[in-house]
Design a protein around this ligand. Structure first.
Ligand code: PBG
Length: 327
């Protein structure tokens, strides 16, 4: 009988040996924690479809941010639920908008924490679409260029409030260039852009739309977010965002798009983020609650997979738990 010459199992025999030869290491430095901010004070409202996640009033969001920073997390990304919504999403770019106020407060209370803001209108529009809606035949259309102006205004108002990084997520063509131009004109050359470069029209955003109270009131986002079937088109989106001045690229969602994460890592040199979205979180939480999955092992395996695929940065609702597990 012939034995294999190479014995790979030699390197798996002990925890010390496995650690010594481990190729991919997840670190707390990789994590960005999303926070949902809502009006009021002393509010921590549970998000039922995302167990362990809350909508926070600004005071509570600042406390949560401090807790995350103490756990070793370097950055948060903020989403706002405004006191009222209107057709042009004016709460997104109001100087005293919910996110603008939250940024100021968090910057003051946790000065070393990086604050990233999502630049989109869907949480602020009464119709729930990511831009300005106009009639088109018997249906509707999201007006790309009218929306660019409002996204640019939103980014500047967030930068003015103190955001370190703005993250345009509306999937309008030209949004990165539009945001870069107004930021530079307003003197915010140092504010970085994390571009939701390839954002797919995904079923995995379901719980987020509860969390941000932002489901479209009619129609879908299929005419502006990407078709999940398209990889070559995703690369074109990434190329455009790089050319328009993105500092960090993002792929979203993450779990069903690991092939794209790998491809972007291989073809582009910018830092790459992936967004482990609400539905990916909810699936793990639901199965773990039933006792069907070991939550800690599952989450660490998924997040390590994102890094192995090539992500540098992981936006995840598991951030606080993972920080504790990695300690
Ligand atoms: C849009 C936005 C969405 C998410 C992040 N930014 C929702 C959407 O496009 O419908 C989803 C994040 C998640 O599911 O965790 N502002």
């Amino acid at each position: 009988m012939e034995f294999p010459e190479t014995r790979l199992r030699r390197l798996r025999r002990s925890e010390a040996m496995r650690r010594l030869v481990r190729e991919t290491k997840l670190s707390v430095d990789d994590l960005v924690a999303p926070l949902f901010v809502r009006p009021g004070s002393k509010v921590r409202k549970k998000i039922p479809s995302m167990p362990g996640q809350y909508q926070f009033s600004i005071d509570e969001a600042a406390k949560e941010a401090a807790k995350l920073f103490d756990a070793g997390i370097l950055a948060v990304i903020l989403f706002g639920i405004p006191p009222k919504k209107d057709s042009r999403g004016s709460g997104a770019y109001a100087a005293d908008g919910i996110v603008q106020k939250a940024v100021k407060r968090i910057r003051k209370e946790v000065p070393e924490l990086l604050v990233i803001t999502d630049v989109c209108l869907c949480e602020y529009t009464s119709h729930g679409h990511c831009g300005v809606v106009k009639k088109h035949g018997s249906g509707f259309e999201v007006d790309n260029d009218a929306t660019l102006k409002l996204l640019a205004k939103t980014a500047v108002s967030q930068a003015r409030a103190g955001a370190h990084v703005v993250a345009p997520s509306a999937m309008m063509d030209g949004q990165v260039a539009a945001v870069r131009e107004v930021l530079d004109d307003a003197g915010f050359e140092n504010v970085a852009i994390m571009a939701y470069a390839a954002k797919f029209a995904s079923a995995f955003y379901g719980p987020f739309r509860d969390a941000a109270e932002s489901p479209p009131q009619f129609g879908t986002r299929d005419a502006y977010q990407m078709d999940p079937a398209n990889l070559r088109e995703a690369i074109r989106e990434v190329e455009m965002d790089e050319a328009e001045g993105a500092d960090i690229l993002m792929v979203k969602p993450a779990l069903a798009y690991m092939d794209l994460i790998r491809l972007v890592r291989d073809e582009f040199d910018l830092p790459l983020a992936c967004y482990n979205v609400s539905g990916e979180y909810a699936m793990v939480k639901a199965a773990a609650k039933q006792g069907w999955l070991d939550e800690r092992r599952t989450v660490l395996e998924i997040l390590t997979g994102f890094k192995r695929a090539g992500a540098d940065i992981i936006i995840t609702y598991h951030a606080e738990d993972v920080a504790a597990w990695l300690k």
